[in-house]
Ligand binder design. Structure first.
Ligand code: ADP
Ligand code: MG
Length: 435
């Protein structure tokens, strides 16, 4: 009998941990928007409540009460997902229990409503607490609700159930609560950390580029300054003056374009998934890294065709930027960087090749491992990790081919999205220009 109880407790815990682990991780991997995530997880909590109630802890033991862990998802759903989820889960609990009827029903109905009210009242404050405080509060709430249940049974029936299942069940629920809540918090902390790493890597790229950018901006400024100085001389013909002014303006425009490119990239933008034209994005990234390429005397060759993929603009740009930056850094004495786009079946292939130092088999295998770098203090070893994560989140794959002292070829395969009816940004511009 004791074994049966343990078995059923584990089964209940298994139901509870599925959404905490697998579903939450899967949703994060898919980069699901916050709202959809909330709906799915709330719905999952409802299903778990039903499953827990269907397979109670004392299922094959004859007692007057049914014990199960449905309060754990009910509490956690209410606290983490807010008032509407709380109301929904409470209704599911009461609705499903009403099928069983009997003594059990009133008890469940009242505890569920109490949990719902507490959830609605506390949810906001709960989310503002620190991780440790949240775990503690969840534990206390579940312990208190259980104690109230005991008081309720005692006062109505003047006696407590004598079965061992009851006494075993009492500590199990708060312990399950603390366990589940703890895992939830750990996973949440990890996901926050991962997001922070991606952001930090972006800042790293931005600051690395800063050196080459300032160099690239200084050149046109110096040229413009020179021509403006020439204009000071009074003996110049009208013709010459005009020419000098034009050159100075052109140079200033160039400096401005470089700064604009750099700033738009560095600026944080709201995350939104949209249809992206790969050709436009590749061109933008190449514009951004051109100063770096020039500094390393790297020639850039492109063969691009327009095609669409779904994703976040900033992320795709960052991913391309990290790969292209690696390619340029692999050619300190100059070389050729080639970017090539083609469509293969339902996939977009973006191939970035360099004629640089290349990698050994071991290096290729370790690529994407955080902090793996051969660049000493100059490298972060986070660039390729970010690339892998972004491409995976877009549902794509990466292939690497490399030979030492010959070069490297990074191939990105991304799912193609057809967009025959929605004009791309460029087309919109064309329509604009034509009207
Ligand atoms: P970092 O560039 O900061 O070193 P990355 O994650 O971007 O970190 O790259 C990790 C390592 O992979 C690099 O240090 C380098 O040894 C290797 N690597 C990446 N791309 C290339 C490339 N195109 N050619 C040669 N080696 C490369
Ligand atoms: Mg890098």
């Amino acid at each position: 009998m004791f074994l049966d109880i343990v078995k059923n407790v584990l089964l209940n815990l298994f139901f509870i941990l599925i959404p905490v682990f697998i579903l939450a991780l899967w949703l994060e991997e898919r980069n699901a928007p916050e709202k959809i995530r909330k709906y799915i997880l709330t719905l999952a909590s409802a299903i778990i409540i039903i499953l827990c109630m269907t397979f109670p802890i004392n299922s094959n033991i004859d007692t007057e009460y049914i014990y199960d862990l449905h309060q754990v998802p009910l509490w956690l759903g209410s606290l983490y997902k807010g008032p509407i989820a709380s109301l929904f889960l409470c209704m599911v609990t009461i609705g499903y229990r009403s099928f069983f009827g009997g003594k059990e029903f009133m008890l469940t109905a009242i505890t569920s409503v109490a949990i719902m009210i507490a959830g609605i009242a506390l949810s906001k404050k709960f989310l503002a607490l620190s991780s440790k405080q949240r775990i503690l509060l969840a534990f206390l709430l579940s312990a208190v609700s259980e104690m109230l249940m005991v008081v309720w049974i005692q006062s109505f029936h003047h006696t407590l159930p004598a079965s061992s299942a009851f006494w075993l069940y009492l500590p199990i629920q708060p312990i399950s609560m603390i366990f589940t809540c703890y895992l939830k918090e750990i996973l949440y902390k990890n996901s926050v950390l991962r997001k922070r790493i991606i952001r930090a890597e972006k800042m790293e790229v931005v600051s690395h580029l800063a050196a080459s950018i300032s160099h690239e901006v200084r050149n046109p400024l110096t040229t413009a300054r020179g021509f403006i100085q020439l204009l000071e001389q009074s003996h110049l013909s009208q013709e010459k003056r005009k020419q000098y002014i034009r050159i100075a303006i052109e140079e200033l425009d160039r400096a401005q374009a470089i700064i604009t490119d750099y700033l738009t990239f560095a600026k944080p933008a709201p995350e939104s998934v949209e249809n992206l034209n790969v050709k436009t994005e590749v061109e933008r990234v190449i514009d951004i890294v051109r100063p770096l390429a020039n500094m390393n005397s790297v020639e850039v060759q492109t063969s691009l065709i327009p095609c669409n993929v779904k994703g976040e603009r900033q992320k795709l740009q960052q991913c391309l930027l990290n790969i292209i930056k690696n390619a340029i850094e692999a050619m300190p004495n100059g070389g050729t960087l080639e970017v090539y786009i083609s469509i293969e079946k339902d996939q977009v292939l973006i191939r970035i090749s360099d004629t640089g130092v290349g990698m050994t088999k071991e290096q290729i295998e370790r690529l994407g491992e955080p902090y793996f770098t051969t660049k000493g203090r100059r490298g972060t070893g986070l660039g390729m990790m970010v690339v892998y994560r972004i491409i995976e989140s877009m549902g794509g794959t990466i292939q690497i081919a490399s030979e030492v002292n010959k070069g490297t070829q990074v191939s990105l395969y991304l799912p193609l999205t057809q967009s025959l009816h929605t004009p791309s940004v460029e087309q919109k511009h064309d329509i604009f220009a034509a009207s």
